[in-house]
Design a protein around this ligand. Structure first.
Ligand SMILES: C[S@@+](CC[C@H](N)C(=O)[O-])C[C@H]1O[C@@H](n2cnc3c(N)ncnc32)[C@H](O)[C@@H]1O
Ligand SMILES: Nc1nc2[nH]cc(C(=O)O)c2c(=O)[nH]1
Ligand code: SF4
Ligand SMILES: [Mg+2]
Length: 207
């Protein structure tokens, strides 16, 4: 039977939660509690968490429980990811995290309207379902996955949509990393407004 998910954000389909080190982008190297919500219909063929896509497989969990679990760890920062977390109303979750003094970071494709109050928004736009302009305007970080050469032009297109002080990252798609990383290195040397982001947790063998 389909999940009946209340739209007040008090119950969320939780795939997993884990305390680790942010592996990607601007906050690389910082400890954070990760909250991975199930459900995504964007359909990236190279997605590294396809097990997240079907929300039905992930138990509806009280946002209050998620907040209490996050508060057990020394780093007062969470990364909400998925799946695509903006499918859900995240106002209640982020409000209650902030009440506990926990900073809120999100990883999103931007394919759904923005909800929640965020200290850091990482927008990783996808060809398969375009981001909403409202997420692009609010993003602190644009992280484009480079799967082939055409993604550089596509990255520049999205750089025009974000605010002037948004950080710009190019991240190699994991399976194409050997081929794409040298191209990214050359691109960043020629276009230093961009930086390279690596999935460092995969090299460190941590979650
Ligand atoms: C699994 S997604 C979940 C959040 C959201 N759905 C999104 O795509 O931003 C988390 C991050 O991993 C990136 N990612 C997913 N699969 C990847 C892969 N095979 N190689 C590199 N980055 C990947 C996404 O672009 C995103 O920045
Ligand atoms: N360590 C670590 N850093 C990450 N940054 C973004 C991730 C994600 O899957 O959203 C991720 C992840 O799964 N693990
Ligand atoms: S939007 Fe994110 S979770 Fe969804 S398929 Fe793409 S990378 Fe995976
Ligand atoms: Mg990941």
């Amino acid at each position: 039977m389909a999940h009946q998910i209340p739209d007040d954000g008090t119950l969320l389909p939780l795939m997993e939660e884990f305390y680790t080190i942010q592996g990607e982008g601007y906050n690389t190297g910082k400890a954070a509690y990760f909250i991975r919500l199930g459900g995504c219909d964007v359909g990236c063929h190279w997605c590294d968490v396809k097990e997240s896509w079907d929300a039905e497989l992930h138990p509806l969990t009280a946002a209050d429980t998620i907040v209490s679990n996050a508060d057990l760890h020394p780093a007062k920062a969470v990364v909400v990811t998925g799946g695509e977390p903006l499918i859900y109303n995240l106002d209640y979750l982020t409000h209650n995290l902030h009440e506990k003094g926990i900073k809120t970071f999100i990883e999103t494709s931007g394919a759904y309207p923005l909800s929640g109050d965020w200290d850091w928004i990482c927008l990783s736009p996808k060809k398969f379902k375009a981001p909403t302009p409202n997420v692009a305007e609010c993003a602190h970080e644009l992280k484009v996955i480079v799967f082939n050469k055409s993604d550089f032009e596509w990255a520049e297109y999205h750089a025009k949509m974000v605010s002037p002080d948004c950080k710009l990252y190019l991240q190699p798609e994991w399976s194409k990393s050997k081929e794409m990383t040298p191209l990214i290195v050359d691109y960043v040397k020629e276009n230093p407004q961009w930086e390279i982001s690596l999935q460092t947790h995969k090299y460190l063998n941590i979650p």
